[in-house]
Design a protein around this ligand. Structure first.
Ligand code: ACO
Length: 418
């Protein structure tokens, strides 16, 4: 907080709003007292310009294309760290020592078994249920077994982080009608997840590629799903309910579901003959209802730093696997067409994290409709850390205001005799 204040006078009533300046010089006006002092509330559809919290977890500058977890640049982490280490630092604020990392890994292994009655839910769900719905169901079911989920205990967040890769792998198997694969506690987090998903040991190249993708998705400050996790948790709902809320929010194609939507769109373009210009024209036509999936972002207005890293990784993985994918060529053509088109340039629309990730997921062998569960697996440390921070900050229940535009008071008129 600084000494600076913004004075706002409305209808003759005045309020003084403190100015808050963040670590990286972001400026905010605290309007806590605005309604009390003046009777006004602020209105901001989609919270485009509203800070709902202060946080020490992730810094993002959309104009400059910067993303840092706990002060570490995303490119530095993707190149040099690993997902479990990143999860630790998101959760506890600092990178672990070697001993802390070993202890954390051990705790994740020790708590990774999923209760049989939770796994059985998957088998009982209707065939064809979307993997994100399956993941929601088994995540909320954990609250039936671990009843103290609302408490801020290490047991709760370790439990969530430890079981989630096992749940995601089970969902991926179940959606293909395949049996579950045993949880192997001799393997590390990502290698075990891949083995459970595919029923065979994963190569180092795949483990590294997956690890990198998970790091890139691990947190993204107050996005739609993370805000949902914090909002649900703010009512003192347990961690399993809060994370389930995040899974639901992530599912939508305007958020994490975009990775599935991008691949389906690339496949449709390929099937249609690969004429990218036609689809770029459609995306520009407001009456078409068509959007270029994987393009645009609420906060990145220059480039998405994650997309740059993923594009490079995509080239490497396809090369390593010997996969020649026409969809990669189509994606690159779309990117070039959009980057040179005034419609996209003037609206600052660039490829986002999901534009290339689906091509890698498909090359690894994941079915398209399971892609968003992989995003959830990556985002989990962020959700858990933000839930933890929200509780540590003792934040009040989330409850926005509205401006009512409906009918004024009117009298009830009976339409039939009682
Ligand atoms: N294709 C074509 N036009 C687009 C696209 C797109 N992908 N995205 C935005 N626009 C246009 C809008 O029509 C609008 O045009 P207008 O000003 O002439 O009306 C303008 O760009 C601004 O778009 P908004 O929807 O207002 O921007 P907002 O910040 O609300 O939405 C969003 C961001 C949802 C990501 C949007 O760009 C989009 O729908 N992208 C495609 C879906 C996608 O890839 N989502 C994943 C995001 S990353 C993530 O969540 C992990």
């Amino acid at each position: 907080m600084t000494e600076d204040k913004v004075t706002i006078t409305l209808n003759g009533k005045t309020t003084e709003c403190p100015v808050l300046i963040g670590t990286e010089n972001e400026h905010a006006i605290n309007i806590d007292k605005l309604r009390e002092d003046t009777g006004f509330v602020t209105l901001d559809f989609g919270y485009k310009n509203t800070g709902a919290t202060t946080s020490k977890i992730t810094f993002l500058d959309g104009e400059l294309g910067i993303l840092r977890y706990r002060g570490y640049d995303i490119a530095d982490l993707a190149e040099n760290s690993n997902f479990v280490e990143v999860a630790y630092s998101l959760l506890y604020g600092e990178l672990p020592t070697a001993a802390q990392l070993a202890d954390f890994n051990q705790k994740l292994k020790d708590n990774s078994d999923v209760p049989a009655e939770v796994a059985a839910i998957l088998k009982a769900m209707p065939k064809g249920t979307h993997p994100m719905a399956q993941l929601s169901a088994v995540t909320i079911a954990l609250s039936g077994v671990y009843k103290d989920g609302a408490k801020l205990t290490e047991e709760n967040y370790i439990n969530m982080l430890a079981k989630f890769p096992v749940l995601v792998a089970m969902v991926i198997r179940n959606s293909q009608g395949l049996d579950f694969v045993a949880n192997d506690k001799n393997l590390d987090y990502v290698a075990n997840f891949l083995q459970m998903a595919f029923g065979k040991p994963a190569s180092n190249v795949l483990v590294d590629a997956m690890d990198k993708l998970l790091i890139l998705h691990a947190d993204h400050e107050q996005n739609c799903s993370t805000s949902t996790v914090r909002m649900v948790g703010s009512s003192n709902a347990n961690i399993y309910a809060s994370i389930t809320g995040g899974i639901s929010a992530l599912w939508g194609p305007l958020h994490g579901g975009a990775n599935q939507a991008v691949l389906e769109q690339l496949e449709a373009i390929e099937k249609d003959g690969g004429d990218t210009a036609k689809f770029v024209a459609m995306a520009k036509d407001k009456n078409s209802g068509f959007r270029l999936m994987g393009f645009g972002h609420r906060v990145y207005k220059n480039f998405d730093p994650r997309a740059k890293i993923i594009k490079k990784s995509c080239d490497e993985v396809l090369k390593d696997l010997g996969v020649v994918d026409k969809k990669l060529t189509i994606a690159m053509e779309l990117e070039q067409a959009a980057l040179n088109d005034d419609y996209f340039v003037s609206r600052k629309l660039y490829p986002n994290v999901d534009f290339y990730s689906g091509i890698i997921y498909q090359a690894i062998g994941f079915p398209t409709d399971t892609f968003t569960t992989l995003f959830a697996l990556g985002r989990l440390p962020g959700w858990v850390s933000q839930w933890k921070e929200m509780k540590e900050n003792k934040e009040p229940i989330g409850r926005p205001r509205q401006i009512y535009l409906g009918a004024p008071l009117r009298s009830y008129v009976a339409v039939s005799e009682r």
